[in-house]
Design a protein around this ligand. Structure first.
Ligand code: ADE
Ligand code: ZN
Length: 310
C-alpha cells in the first residue's frame, strides 16, 4: 500500500551491520565485540535508555559519504516497503557537538537521498530537529548555522529526552523558523504529559505532533486536535520498545482514530525498534485488528499530513 513516512530519524536507521562497517572505515573503536553484541543491547527500559545507545552509535558517522550512504540505504529500504514520500528527521547538534561540520551532514544526507530518489522515485525531504535536552541558546546557534542550508530543508522539529524539557522554552527558535518559511513540528506526548502537546501547539505553533499518544489523557486536547485537523505521527513499534505500552495490542491507535484524529503510522528508529514502516503497518493490522478501510484511511492520512505532497 503506497504511504508517506513522516516520522523517521535518519540516525535511527543505522543498523548494527552499518555501525561496524563505518567504524572500520573511519577507525572508530566500538565498545561492542560484534554485531550480535550490539543488537543484544537493543533492549530498552525507556526513551532515555534508548537515546544513550542512539547517540553513542552515531559516533561512526564522520564523512559526507557516511551520511550519503546512510540516507540512500534508508530510502531504498523505505521504497521496498511501499513508501513513496518521506519527510526525514536529522539531529544536527548530535553531529556538530562531535566536531562534524554541518555542511558535511546536510550535503551528505541530501546527496544520498537524491541518488536513491533517482533510482526509486521516492520523494524525500529533510527536517532538522533541535535537541530539547540541550540549551535553547544552542538551538538558536544551530538555527543560525542551518541558514545557508534552508533550501535543503522543509522544516524544523524538536526531539530527544522529553520529560522535564517542556517545549515552550523553544519559542524563539520556532518563531524564527516559521518566519523563515519553514514548517514546524515537535515530539510531544511520547513520554511527556498532554500539557506538553498544548504548549507545542500554542507556543511553538506546530503543524503536526510527533507521537502525541498521551493526548488521550485530555478530552479537550483531543477535541482541539480533531477540530484543527492537526495530524499525529504515531510510531507503534517504538512505543512498545520504549515501554510506553506493554504490547502492540494495547496501543491506543484505534482510540485516537475513533476520537476523529488524523493518525499516521511511522517507524521512528527502525534499526532499533524491530521494523520499518511497512512492518509497522503489518504488525499494527494484525495486533490491533485494523480493517482494510482503517488501513487505507491511515495511509491516506499520511499523504494528507505531508508538507510537500498535499
Ligand atoms: N530521537 C530519536 N528517536 C526519538 C524518539 N523516539 N523520541 C525523541 N527523540 C528521539
Ligand atoms: Zn521520533
Amino acid at each position: 500500500m503506497p504511504k508517506a513516512e513522516l516520522h523517521i530519524h535518519i540516525e535511527g536507521t543505522l543498523e548494527p551491520e552499518m555501525v561496524f562497517e563505518l567504524a572500520a572505515r573511519n577507525n572508530v573503536a566500538l565498545p561492542y565485540a560484534s554485531v550480535d553484541h550490539l543488537r543484544a543491547a537493543h533492549a530498552f527500559a525507556d526513551l532515555s535508555h534508548f537515546l544513550d545507545l542512539y547517540y553513542a552509535c552515531m559516533a561512526v558517522l564522520r564523512t559526507e559519504d557516511d551520511f550519503a550512504d546512510l540516507a540512500a540505504v534508508y530510502l531504498r529500504k523505505a521504497a521496498s516497503q511501499g513508501v513513496t514520500h518521506a519527510e526525514i528527521f536529522f539531529d544536527p547538534q548530535a553531529h556538530t557537538s562531535r566536531g562534524v561540520d554541518l555542511g558535511v551532514v546536510v550535503r551528505g544526507l541530501r546527496r544520498g537521498l537524491d541518488t536513491a530518489s533517482a533510482e526509486t522515485r521516492v520523494h524525500a525531504d529533510l527536517i532538522a530537529c533541535f535537541l530539547r535536552d540541550r540549551p535553547v541558546s544552542e538551538a538558536l546557534d544551530t538555527l543560525d548555522a542551518l541558514e545557508p542550508f534552508f533550501g535543503s530543508l522543509i522544516g524544523v522539529g524538536l526531539d530527544s529526552a522529553e520529560v522535564g524539557f517542556p517545549p515552550g522554552q523553544f519559542a524563539p527558535v520556532f518563531d524564527r523558523a516559521r518566519e523563515a518559511g519553514l514548517h514546524v513540528v515537535a515530539h510531544a506526548g511520547e513520554e511527556g504529559p498532554a500539557q506538553y502537546i498544548w504548549e507545542a501547539l500554542d507556543v511553538l505553533g506546530i503543524e503536526r505532533v510527533d507521537h502525541g499518544v498521551r493526548a488521550l489523557e485530555d478530552p479537550a486536547l483531543l477535541r482541539r486536535l480533531a477540530t484543527d485537523r492537526i495530524p499525529l505521527t504515531t510510531c507503534p513499534l517504538s512505543n512498545v520498545r520504549l515501554r510506553g505500552v506493554e504490547k502492540l495490542s494495547d496501543h491506543p491507535l484505534l482510540d485516537l482514530l475513533d476520537a476523529g484524529l488524523v493518525v499516521t503510522i511511522n517507524s521512528d528508529d527502525p534499526a532499533y525498534f524491530g521494523g520499518y514502516v511497512g512492518d509497522a503497518f503489518v504488525e499494527a493490522r494484525r495486533e490491533l485488528d485494523l480493517s482494510d478501510e482503517q488501513l487505507r484511511a491511515i495511509a491516506q492520512y499520511s499523504f494528507d499530513a505531508s508538507f510537500t505532497t498535499s
